[in-house]
Design a protein around this ligand. Structure first.
Ligand code: PEP
Length: 238
C-alpha cells in the first residue's frame, strides 16, 4: 500500500484543524496517511487515532536549545514518524549541519524517518541531480548505519524546484531518479528503501503520477491543506 504524507508546514489555526478533523472523519478509505501538522496540533491527530509525525526534530535530546522541540516531547504527543531534512529546513535553518544527528536520535527512539532529498533547478539543469542526491544520502546515512534498517528509513525525493511551484518532472525522469536512489542506497548501504515522490502533487496530476511503477507513496504539501481536495486526491491513489 502506498504511503501518503500530508505536510501542513506552518499553516492552519486551531479552528481549521478542528474542521479538518471533522471532514476527514472516517473518510480515509483505508489509505495509509500520516499527518504532519505543526507540533502544537500533533496531539489532536493522535487523539483521533490518526498516524501523525513531526515536521522536524531537535538534534538534541534535551537542554539548551531554545525554540526547539525534543523527540522525547514529540513522542509524548504521539508521533511515530518524523520528516528530516526538508528543503525548507535545509534552506532556512542550516539543517545540513544537523541531519546526521537527527537521524541517529530518531532511530534511537524508534521513530520512523522520512529523509527528504532533492536538487535545485540549477543542479537539475546542469545534470547534477544524482551527484547532489548521493551527497545528501551520504551525509544522512554514512555515520548511522548501525541504527538503520529497511523499515525505519524512507526517502522522499523532492526536487526543490517542484515544491510549491506547480512544476513537476516528467514521469520518466521521476521513475529513473527513484530507481537510481534505490540502487545507490542498496549497493552502498545494503538497505532496501521505499521512495516517495514530493513536489506539487495535486488532484489533477495524481493519476498521471500513478502510472509510475516504482513510487512507494507521496509527500504532499499545499494540496493536503484543504480536507475536501485532499480526500479527492487520496482516493485516486492505489
Ligand atoms: C513539501 O513541502 O514537501 C511539498 C511537497 O510541497 P508541495 O506539495 O506544496 O509542493
Amino acid at each position: 500500500m502506498k504511503l501518503i504524507c500530508a505536510n501542513f508546514k506552518m499553516n492552519l489555526l486551531k479552528k481549521d484543524i478542528n474542521l479538518y478533523l471533522k471532514k476527514i472523519n472516517n473518510n480515509l478509505n483505508n489509505k495509509k496517511v500520516i499527518f504532519f501538522p505543526s507540533n502544537i496540533y500533533i496531539k489532536d491527530f493522535h487523539d483521533k487515532n490518526y498516524l501523525v509525525g513531526a515536521q522536524d526534530i531537535s538534534f538534541q535530546e534535551f537542554g539548551a536549545c531554545t525554540g526547539d522541540t525534543s523527540i522525547l516531547q514529540l513522542k509524548e504527543l504521539g508521533i511515530t514518524y518524523t520528516l528530516i531534512g526538508h528543503s525548507e529546513r535545509r534552506q532556512f535553518f542550516n539543517d545540513d549541519l544537523y541531519i546526521s544527528k537527527k537521524i541517529a536520535l530518531a532511530a534511537k527512539h524508534k521513530i520512523k524517518i522520512i529523509l527528504c532529498i532533492g536538487e535545485s533547478i540549477e543542479e537539475f539543469k546542469d545534470n547534477k541531480t544524482l551527484e547532489i542526491l548521493k551527497k545528501e544520502i551520504d551525509l544522512a546515512l554514512k555515520n548511522n548505519l548501525k541504527y538503520l534498517t529497511t523499515s525505519n528509513i524512507i526517502i522522499a525525493y523532492e526536487p526543490i524546484w517542484a515544491i510549491g511551484t506547480n512544476k513537476i518532472p516528467t514521469n520518466l525522469c521521476i521513475q529513473e531518479t527513484i530507481s537510481l536512489i534505490k540502487k545507490y542506497i542498496f549497493t552502498t548501504y545494503n538497505l532496501k528503501v521505499k521512495v516517495l515522490y514530493g513536489g506539487s502533487v495535486n488532484e489533477n496530476n495524481i493519476l498521471e503520477l500513478e502510472k509510475i511503477k516504482n513510487i512507494d507513496g507521496y509527500l504532499i504539501g499545499s494540496s493536503s491543506l484543504n480536507p475536501d481536495n485532499f480526500l479527492t486526491l487520496i482516493n485516486k491513489i492505489n
